[in-house]
Design a protein around this ligand. Structure first.
Ligand SMILES: C[S@@+](CC[C@H](N)C(=O)[O-])C[C@H]1O[C@@H](n2cnc3c(N)ncnc32)[C@H](O)[C@@H]1O
Length: 327
Protein backbone atom coordinates (compact mmCIF):
# COMPACT_ATOMS: atom_id res chain seq x y z
CA UNK A 1 0.00 0.00 0.00
CA UNK A 2 1.31 3.46 -0.78
CA UNK A 3 1.56 6.09 1.96
CA UNK A 4 -1.61 7.98 0.98
CA UNK A 5 -3.65 4.79 0.98
CA UNK A 6 -2.18 3.78 4.37
CA UNK A 7 -3.14 7.20 5.80
CA UNK A 8 -6.68 7.10 4.40
CA UNK A 9 -7.22 3.53 5.66
CA UNK A 10 -6.00 4.64 9.09
CA UNK A 11 -8.50 7.55 9.06
CA UNK A 12 -11.39 5.31 7.93
CA UNK A 13 -10.63 2.66 10.55
CA UNK A 14 -10.33 5.22 13.36
CA UNK A 15 -13.53 7.05 12.47
CA UNK A 16 -15.44 3.79 11.98
CA UNK A 17 -14.27 2.52 15.39
CA UNK A 18 -15.05 5.76 17.22
CA UNK A 19 -18.51 6.02 15.59
CA UNK A 20 -19.52 2.47 16.55
CA UNK A 21 -22.13 1.98 19.34
CA UNK A 22 -19.31 0.53 21.47
CA UNK A 23 -16.24 2.56 20.56
CA UNK A 24 -13.06 0.71 19.64
CA UNK A 25 -9.65 1.29 18.03
CA UNK A 26 -7.54 -1.33 16.24
CA UNK A 27 -4.41 -2.39 18.12
CA UNK A 28 -2.40 -2.79 14.91
CA UNK A 29 -2.22 1.03 14.93
CA UNK A 30 -0.34 1.05 18.26
CA UNK A 31 2.91 0.57 16.35
CA UNK A 32 4.19 3.94 15.16
CA UNK A 33 7.84 4.76 15.99
CA UNK A 34 6.95 5.77 19.57
CA UNK A 35 4.66 2.72 19.95
CA UNK A 36 7.48 0.43 18.75
CA UNK A 37 9.85 1.92 21.33
CA UNK A 38 7.25 1.56 24.10
CA UNK A 39 6.63 -2.06 23.14
CA UNK A 40 10.37 -2.76 23.34
CA UNK A 41 10.34 -1.31 26.88
CA UNK A 42 7.27 -3.39 27.79
CA UNK A 43 9.12 -6.53 26.67
CA UNK A 44 11.84 -5.75 29.20
CA UNK A 45 9.59 -4.81 32.13
CA UNK A 46 9.43 -7.21 35.12
CA UNK A 47 5.70 -7.98 34.84
CA UNK A 48 5.77 -8.89 31.12
CA UNK A 49 6.85 -12.53 31.51
CA UNK A 50 5.90 -13.44 27.91
CA UNK A 51 9.11 -12.23 26.26
CA UNK A 52 11.42 -13.88 28.78
CA UNK A 53 9.51 -17.18 28.52
CA UNK A 54 9.59 -17.25 24.73
CA UNK A 55 13.23 -16.14 24.62
CA UNK A 56 14.08 -19.07 26.88
CA UNK A 57 12.34 -21.47 24.45
CA UNK A 58 14.21 -20.06 21.46
CA UNK A 59 17.59 -19.90 23.20
CA UNK A 60 17.41 -23.48 24.45
CA UNK A 61 15.27 -25.28 21.88
CA UNK A 62 15.80 -23.70 18.46
CA UNK A 63 17.85 -26.66 17.36
CA UNK A 64 15.05 -29.14 18.24
CA UNK A 65 12.44 -26.87 16.62
CA UNK A 66 14.40 -26.76 13.37
CA UNK A 67 15.15 -30.48 13.42
CA UNK A 68 11.41 -31.18 13.66
CA UNK A 69 10.68 -29.25 10.47
CA UNK A 70 13.89 -29.14 8.58
CA UNK A 71 15.08 -31.06 5.59
CA UNK A 72 18.66 -29.75 5.58
CA UNK A 73 19.20 -30.83 1.99
CA UNK A 74 16.53 -28.45 0.76
CA UNK A 75 16.84 -24.73 1.45
CA UNK A 76 13.74 -23.02 2.84
CA UNK A 77 12.60 -19.51 3.64
CA UNK A 78 12.02 -18.28 7.16
CA UNK A 79 9.14 -15.81 7.07
CA UNK A 80 8.06 -13.93 10.17
CA UNK A 81 4.66 -12.30 10.66
CA UNK A 82 4.73 -9.25 12.96
CA UNK A 83 8.49 -9.63 13.41
CA UNK A 84 8.92 -6.58 15.67
CA UNK A 85 12.58 -6.06 16.58
CA UNK A 86 13.50 -9.72 15.97
CA UNK A 87 15.29 -9.80 19.32
CA UNK A 88 14.07 -13.36 20.07
CA UNK A 89 14.01 -14.63 16.49
CA UNK A 90 17.76 -14.10 16.22
CA UNK A 91 18.37 -17.26 18.30
CA UNK A 92 16.43 -19.38 15.80
CA UNK A 93 18.03 -17.65 12.83
CA UNK A 94 21.54 -18.25 14.21
CA UNK A 95 20.70 -21.92 14.65
CA UNK A 96 19.26 -22.13 11.12
CA UNK A 97 22.50 -20.68 9.77
CA UNK A 98 24.58 -23.05 11.87
CA UNK A 99 22.60 -26.05 10.60
CA UNK A 100 22.93 -24.67 7.10
CA UNK A 101 19.15 -24.83 6.89
CA UNK A 102 18.16 -21.40 5.76
CA UNK A 103 19.86 -18.23 4.62
CA UNK A 104 16.77 -16.30 3.70
CA UNK A 105 14.70 -14.41 6.26
CA UNK A 106 11.63 -12.34 5.36
CA UNK A 107 10.39 -10.29 8.35
CA UNK A 108 6.92 -8.82 7.72
CA UNK A 109 5.63 -5.98 9.89
CA UNK A 110 3.13 -3.16 9.60
CA UNK A 111 5.73 -0.82 11.11
CA UNK A 112 8.49 0.21 8.67
CA UNK A 113 10.39 1.79 11.59
CA UNK A 114 10.75 -1.46 13.52
CA UNK A 115 11.77 -3.29 10.34
CA UNK A 116 14.64 -0.88 9.70
CA UNK A 117 15.70 -1.24 13.35
CA UNK A 118 15.54 -5.05 12.94
CA UNK A 119 17.62 -4.99 9.78
CA UNK A 120 20.24 -2.68 11.28
CA UNK A 121 20.64 -4.70 14.47
CA UNK A 122 20.37 -8.24 13.06
CA UNK A 123 22.45 -7.94 9.88
CA UNK A 124 25.87 -7.63 11.58
CA UNK A 125 25.00 -10.49 13.95
CA UNK A 126 23.92 -12.91 11.19
CA UNK A 127 26.65 -13.02 8.56
CA UNK A 128 25.39 -15.08 5.63
CA UNK A 129 21.70 -14.47 6.30
CA UNK A 130 19.87 -12.50 3.63
CA UNK A 131 17.27 -10.30 5.37
CA UNK A 132 14.55 -8.95 3.07
CA UNK A 133 12.02 -6.81 4.97
CA UNK A 134 8.42 -6.58 3.84
CA UNK A 135 6.58 -3.60 5.35
CA UNK A 136 2.80 -3.82 5.46
CA UNK A 137 -0.15 -6.01 6.45
CA UNK A 138 0.42 -9.76 6.89
CA UNK A 139 -1.53 -11.05 3.89
CA UNK A 140 -0.64 -8.24 1.48
CA UNK A 141 3.02 -8.99 2.15
CA UNK A 142 2.57 -12.76 1.90
CA UNK A 143 0.99 -12.17 -1.50
CA UNK A 144 4.00 -10.05 -2.43
CA UNK A 145 6.32 -12.80 -1.20
CA UNK A 146 4.67 -15.31 -3.54
CA UNK A 147 6.04 -13.28 -6.45
CA UNK A 148 9.56 -13.32 -4.94
CA UNK A 149 10.17 -16.89 -3.77
CA UNK A 150 8.55 -20.31 -4.09
CA UNK A 151 10.85 -22.11 -1.66
CA UNK A 152 9.36 -24.21 1.17
CA UNK A 153 8.58 -22.11 4.20
CA UNK A 154 8.86 -21.97 7.94
CA UNK A 155 6.49 -19.17 8.99
CA UNK A 156 6.97 -17.68 12.46
CA UNK A 157 4.19 -15.91 14.33
CA UNK A 158 5.78 -15.27 17.70
CA UNK A 159 5.29 -13.17 20.80
CA UNK A 160 1.62 -14.20 21.31
CA UNK A 161 0.66 -11.74 18.60
CA UNK A 162 -2.06 -14.26 17.70
CA UNK A 163 -3.57 -13.25 21.06
CA UNK A 164 -4.47 -9.88 19.58
CA UNK A 165 -7.31 -11.71 17.85
CA UNK A 166 -10.33 -13.31 19.51
CA UNK A 167 -10.39 -17.12 19.01
CA UNK A 168 -12.87 -16.98 16.07
CA UNK A 169 -10.74 -14.33 14.35
CA UNK A 170 -7.63 -16.42 14.99
CA UNK A 171 -9.29 -19.41 13.31
CA UNK A 172 -10.16 -17.32 10.24
CA UNK A 173 -6.65 -15.89 10.25
CA UNK A 174 -5.01 -19.35 10.21
CA UNK A 175 -7.41 -20.60 7.53
CA UNK A 176 -6.44 -17.64 5.36
CA UNK A 177 -2.75 -18.07 6.19
CA UNK A 178 -2.93 -21.71 5.08
CA UNK A 179 -4.00 -20.57 1.60
CA UNK A 180 -0.53 -18.98 1.23
CA UNK A 181 1.28 -22.18 2.25
CA UNK A 182 1.96 -25.49 0.60
CA UNK A 183 1.98 -29.07 1.83
CA UNK A 184 4.95 -29.64 4.12
CA UNK A 185 5.37 -25.95 5.01
CA UNK A 186 5.65 -25.28 8.75
CA UNK A 187 4.28 -22.66 11.09
CA UNK A 188 5.70 -21.85 14.54
CA UNK A 189 3.17 -19.96 16.65
CA UNK A 190 3.75 -18.43 20.09
CA UNK A 191 0.74 -18.75 22.42
CA UNK A 192 0.51 -17.36 25.92
CA UNK A 193 -1.01 -20.01 28.19
CA UNK A 194 -3.86 -19.60 30.67
CA UNK A 195 -2.40 -19.23 34.15
CA UNK A 196 -2.90 -17.39 37.43
CA UNK A 197 -5.20 -14.48 36.51
CA UNK A 198 -3.25 -11.97 38.60
CA UNK A 199 0.02 -12.85 36.81
CA UNK A 200 -1.72 -12.15 33.49
CA UNK A 201 -3.38 -8.94 34.61
CA UNK A 202 -0.10 -7.60 36.02
CA UNK A 203 1.58 -8.14 32.64
CA UNK A 204 -0.89 -5.68 31.09
CA UNK A 205 -0.91 -3.27 34.02
CA UNK A 206 2.77 -2.80 34.83
CA UNK A 207 3.68 -0.63 37.78
CA UNK A 208 5.86 1.58 35.57
CA UNK A 209 2.85 2.59 33.44
CA UNK A 210 4.36 1.43 30.14
CA UNK A 211 1.23 -0.40 28.94
CA UNK A 212 -0.84 2.62 29.85
CA UNK A 213 1.49 4.86 27.84
CA UNK A 214 1.40 2.34 24.95
CA UNK A 215 -2.41 2.58 24.81
CA UNK A 216 -2.52 6.36 25.22
CA UNK A 217 0.12 6.73 22.51
CA UNK A 218 -2.51 5.79 19.93
CA UNK A 219 -4.46 8.94 20.88
CA UNK A 220 -1.28 11.00 20.36
CA UNK A 221 -0.80 9.29 16.99
CA UNK A 222 -4.38 10.11 15.97
CA UNK A 223 -3.82 13.76 16.98
CA UNK A 224 -0.63 13.96 14.95
CA UNK A 225 -1.66 12.04 11.84
CA UNK A 226 -5.38 12.84 11.65
CA UNK A 227 -5.34 16.37 13.08
CA UNK A 228 -7.50 15.45 16.08
CA UNK A 229 -7.51 17.17 19.47
CA UNK A 230 -7.66 14.29 21.97
CA UNK A 231 -6.47 15.25 25.43
CA UNK A 232 -4.91 11.91 26.46
CA UNK A 233 -4.83 13.06 30.11
CA UNK A 234 -8.62 12.87 30.02
CA UNK A 235 -8.53 9.09 29.52
CA UNK A 236 -7.52 6.35 31.96
CA UNK A 237 -6.23 2.88 31.12
CA UNK A 238 -8.41 -0.02 32.29
CA UNK A 239 -7.21 -3.62 31.71
CA UNK A 240 -9.31 -6.63 32.82
CA UNK A 241 -8.86 -10.39 32.55
CA UNK A 242 -11.62 -12.99 32.28
CA UNK A 243 -10.05 -16.31 33.36
CA UNK A 244 -12.85 -18.43 31.85
CA UNK A 245 -12.76 -16.82 28.42
CA UNK A 246 -8.98 -16.39 28.65
CA UNK A 247 -9.21 -12.87 27.31
CA UNK A 248 -7.32 -9.93 28.75
CA UNK A 249 -8.87 -6.78 27.34
CA UNK A 250 -7.70 -3.21 27.66
CA UNK A 251 -9.84 -0.12 27.46
CA UNK A 252 -9.36 3.62 27.67
CA UNK A 253 -12.07 5.24 29.79
CA UNK A 254 -13.16 8.81 29.22
CA UNK A 255 -12.73 10.70 32.51
CA UNK A 256 -15.41 13.26 31.65
CA UNK A 257 -18.02 14.14 29.04
CA UNK A 258 -15.95 15.52 26.20
CA UNK A 259 -15.67 15.80 22.45
CA UNK A 260 -12.85 15.37 20.00
CA UNK A 261 -12.65 17.19 16.66
CA UNK A 262 -10.76 15.94 13.62
CA UNK A 263 -9.18 18.12 10.93
CA UNK A 264 -11.94 17.13 8.48
CA UNK A 265 -14.56 18.55 10.87
CA UNK A 266 -15.74 15.20 12.27
CA UNK A 267 -16.72 15.50 15.92
CA UNK A 268 -16.77 12.45 18.23
CA UNK A 269 -18.55 12.77 21.57
CA UNK A 270 -17.65 10.82 24.68
CA UNK A 271 -19.83 10.33 27.75
CA UNK A 272 -18.35 10.43 31.20
CA UNK A 273 -16.81 6.96 31.86
CA UNK A 274 -17.40 5.80 28.29
CA UNK A 275 -14.91 3.08 27.25
CA UNK A 276 -12.87 2.69 24.07
CA UNK A 277 -11.97 -0.99 23.55
CA UNK A 278 -8.28 -1.02 22.59
CA UNK A 279 -6.88 -4.54 22.53
CA UNK A 280 -7.40 -8.17 23.42
CA UNK A 281 -4.58 -10.46 24.56
CA UNK A 282 -6.11 -13.91 24.34
CA UNK A 283 -4.75 -16.76 26.48
CA UNK A 284 -5.04 -20.42 25.49
CA UNK A 285 -5.06 -23.88 27.07
CA UNK A 286 -3.19 -26.69 25.32
CA UNK A 287 -6.56 -28.21 24.36
CA UNK A 288 -7.67 -24.88 22.81
CA UNK A 289 -4.47 -24.82 20.73
CA UNK A 290 -4.88 -28.41 19.50
CA UNK A 291 -8.47 -27.69 18.54
CA UNK A 292 -7.46 -24.51 16.70
CA UNK A 293 -4.80 -26.39 14.69
CA UNK A 294 -7.31 -29.08 13.70
CA UNK A 295 -10.04 -26.61 12.76
CA UNK A 296 -7.64 -24.51 10.70
CA UNK A 297 -6.39 -27.62 8.86
CA UNK A 298 -2.90 -27.89 10.35
CA UNK A 299 -1.22 -30.89 11.92
CA UNK A 300 0.43 -30.16 15.26
CA UNK A 301 3.95 -31.55 15.11
CA UNK A 302 5.28 -30.54 18.52
CA UNK A 303 4.97 -28.02 21.34
CA UNK A 304 7.90 -26.34 23.09
CA UNK A 305 7.66 -24.80 26.57
CA UNK A 306 9.63 -22.58 28.91
CA UNK A 307 10.62 -24.19 32.22
CA UNK A 308 7.62 -22.67 34.04
CA UNK A 309 5.13 -23.70 31.34
CA UNK A 310 3.92 -20.12 31.05
CA UNK A 311 4.20 -19.97 27.27
CA UNK A 312 4.38 -22.32 24.31
CA UNK A 313 5.72 -22.18 20.77
CA UNK A 314 3.79 -24.80 18.79
CA UNK A 315 4.96 -26.24 15.51
CA UNK A 316 2.24 -26.94 12.93
CA UNK A 317 2.61 -28.44 9.49
CA UNK A 318 0.45 -28.17 6.41
CA UNK A 319 -0.51 -31.83 6.03
CA UNK A 320 -0.52 -33.87 2.91
CA UNK A 321 -3.92 -33.46 1.33
CA UNK A 322 -4.36 -37.19 0.66
CA UNK A 323 -3.88 -38.04 4.34
CA UNK A 324 -6.90 -38.18 6.61
CA UNK A 325 -7.53 -35.61 9.38
CA UNK A 326 -5.72 -36.53 12.60
CA UNK A 327 -2.82 -38.11 10.63
C1 LIG B 1 3.03 -8.01 20.01
S1 LIG B 1 4.19 -7.39 18.84
C2 LIG B 1 5.26 -8.80 18.71
C3 LIG B 1 6.56 -8.53 18.05
C4 LIG B 1 7.51 -9.76 17.94
N1 LIG B 1 6.91 -10.82 17.15
C5 LIG B 1 7.87 -10.27 19.30
O1 LIG B 1 7.54 -11.41 19.60
O2 LIG B 1 8.52 -9.53 20.06
C6 LIG B 1 3.27 -7.44 17.35
C7 LIG B 1 4.00 -6.99 16.09
O3 LIG B 1 3.13 -7.23 14.98
C8 LIG B 1 3.06 -6.09 14.16
N2 LIG B 1 1.70 -6.08 13.58
C9 LIG B 1 0.52 -5.89 14.25
N3 LIG B 1 -0.52 -5.99 13.40
C10 LIG B 1 0.00 -6.25 12.17
C11 LIG B 1 -0.58 -6.47 10.88
N4 LIG B 1 -1.90 -6.44 10.70
N5 LIG B 1 0.25 -6.72 9.83
C12 LIG B 1 1.62 -6.74 10.01
N6 LIG B 1 2.21 -6.54 11.22
C13 LIG B 1 1.42 -6.30 12.28
C14 LIG B 1 3.34 -4.92 15.07
O4 LIG B 1 3.87 -3.80 14.37
C15 LIG B 1 4.34 -5.52 16.06
O5 LIG B 1 5.68 -5.34 15.66
Amino acid sequence: MNETLVASTFRQDVLKGLSAPHKYLLSKYFYDAKGDALFQQIMRCPEYYLTRAEAEILVLQSSQILQRCLDVDHPFDIVELGAGDGSKTIFLLKEALRMNGSQQYYPIDISPDILSYLKQTLTPKLPGMQISSLAGEYFTQLEQLQTISDQPKLVLFLGATVGNMLPDEALQFFQQLKSFLREGDHLLVGFDLKKNPQTILNAYNDAGGLTKAFNLNLLHRINRELGADFNPDQFTHYPMYDPIAGSCKSYLISRCAQQVTFDNGTVIKFDWDEPIYMEVSQKYSLADIHQLALQAGFKQVDAFFDCRHQFTDVLWRVPNSELLPGQ
